[in-house]
Design a protein around this ligand. Structure first.
Ligand code: PLP
Length: 467
């Protein structure tokens, strides 16, 4: 027989397997080589194809065997119903913002920036270096690598006015992303059944983390300029809350940035109430026409607990965030973070530190600012041109999102489904409200793939609203 192609061997063996009992042993590779007058590589290729098809299985060191035919019988998981019981709490579903983007849709929904906005070269080089470093095998300290903690502290120290004590590395805890940090903060600083003031609208993941902890949310209306301090003062007085979760810079979803006077007023109220302000500085690296001004830089009394994520600006794979807290609160937060995750992978911390300490990181941030500006403006223009019945309450000075008010009679869930059917993925604003939405909104993210398609996306939204 001439040298057989692997396809011929596959066909012949499949016939043999079909008539052999489950568990029957196949001839050795050497006998198959002889039988088919094929090279060992060709025989191996054929065997691999049959393994991939699930017809045979290889048990290393023992041999290759015919696999038992897969049964079509559905598994019975009914017993789990009794074992699980009913859930202690019904958590809200994760937002559409977490859905992956795909090439065949115009993605205006995503919460994480497209690859072209990431410092890809820096990240790849940092991973290569980290793989060769001790971090690839070692366990870092529970609070995080000292050098990375120093970096987070120094970033905030740079914004600290003279006369106030700047934070240091010993105030920092590294956590595996802000999402898990928010859970730790809500557990440590608020606790189940206790009230937490929260802006409305706010980041859906914060309401999810709060629901998981079981804290009681007290929504404070917040517009394009942030909340009204009188509302904050009243809510503290009425509820006895000891914490307020807020995003004073480029809030997700509405892009609000607090003016210095508002920041001062809220800080005063927080201090007077002996409370914490949990400041989520998620978009620190996404300033467009203004720079972020963290409130935490204006407080050295331990009232502001600050969290800054790198997962959006460095890379979604580098789930690293820095949490800065002063006083005994920090110990409590660290204990909680440790109970949940023990420590953050040293590889990820090393990569994060490597990227943000390269001179090219600053260059990247400067070019990112320009890219975000043109993407934002492109989407704003497209919406204004093609969806005239909608209203943008503000053009954000930073962040990644437009917060689009829709006509009051819009069925938002239906609009989102119709958009998806037309190849445009958008996020219903309802997810960003901790209570009933007071209006109809879409959150449109301008950091997704292919900004050239934004006008088409806006056209679809406008057409569906007009219809
Ligand atoms: C306001 C805000 N906080 C926190 C997070 C979560 O960040 P991380 O990716 O670090 O968990 C997000 C992500 O969308 C966010 O928008």
């Amino acid at each position: 027989m001439n040298e057989s192609s692997s396809d011929r061997i596959v066909a012949a063996l499949r016939e043999w397997v079909a008539s052999a009992p489950a568990g029957a042993r196949l001839p050795s590779t050497r006998s198959l080589v002889a039988q088919f007058e094929a090279s060992p590589v060709t025989v191996q290729k054929a065997l691999k194809a049959l393994i991939d098809q699930g017809a045979i299985e290889s048990r290393p060191g023992v041999g290759t065997f015919v696999r038992a035919a897969r049964t079509a019988r559905p598994n019975d998981y009914g017993w789990q119903t009794a074992a699980l019981g009913s859930p202690q709490q019904h958590l809200p579903a994760a937002s559409v913002a977490l859905r992956a983007a795909s090439n065949d849709v115009i993605a205006l929904h995503s919460g994480y920036p497209d690859k072209e906005l990431l410092p890809e070269r820096l990240v790849r080089a940092a991973f290569a270096r980290a793989a060769r470093s001790e971090a690839a095998l070692n366990r870092p300290p529970a609070a995080g690598m000292p050098e990375l903690r120093s970096w987070f502290a120094a970033e905030l120290a740079n914004a600290t006015p003279t006369g106030l004590a700047a934070p240091t590395a010993s105030d920092v805890v590294i956590v595996p992303g802000s999402q898990s940090g928010l859970g730790s903060l809500f557990r440590s600083l608020v606790g189940a059944g206790r009230p937490l003031l929260i802006e409305s609208p706010t980041y859906w993941g914060a309401t999810l983390a709060a629901a998981q902890v079981g804290v009681q949310l007290v929504p404070i209306p917040s517009g394009p300029n942030g909340p009204d301090p009188a509302d904050v003062e009243r809510a503290f007085a009425q509820t006895g809350a000891r914490a307020f979760y807020a995003q004073p810079n480029f809030a997700n979803p509405n892009g609000a940035q607090w003016a210095p006077e508002l920041a001062d007023a809220v800080l005063r109220i927080v201090r007077e109430n002996g409370a914490f302000l949990i400041e989520d500085d998620w978009a620190h690296d996404f300033g467009i026409t203004t720079d972020p001004a963290p409130l935490a830089a204006r407080d050295d009394g331990g009232h502001v607990v600050y969290i800054r994520s790198l997962t959006k600006s460095v890379a979604p794979s580098v789930r690293v965030a820095g949490l800065i807290a002063r006083g005994p609160a920090r110990e409590r937060i660290l204990a909680d973070a440790q109970a949940h995750a023990m420590y953050v992978s040293g590889v990820l911390q090393t990569v994060a530190l490597d990227v943000v300490t390269q001179p090219a990181w600053r260059t990247h941030l400067r070019s990112l600012r320009g890219q975000l500006a043109s993407r934002r403006d492109l989407l704003v223009d497209a919406i204004e041109e093609h969806a005239p019945t909608t209203h943008l309450e503000s053009i954000p000075s930073g962040g990644l999102n437009l917060w689009l008010r829709l006509p009051d009679d819009t069925d938002v869930a239906q609009l989102v489904r119709d958009c998806e059917a037309e190849g445009v993925r958008v996020a219903a604003g309802d997810d960003w409200f901790p209570a009933e939405p007071p209006g109809r909104y879409l959150r449109l993210n301008y950091s997704g793939a292919d900004p050239g398609a934004f006008p088409d996306g806006a056209r679809v939204i406008g057409k569906l609203l007009a219809g």
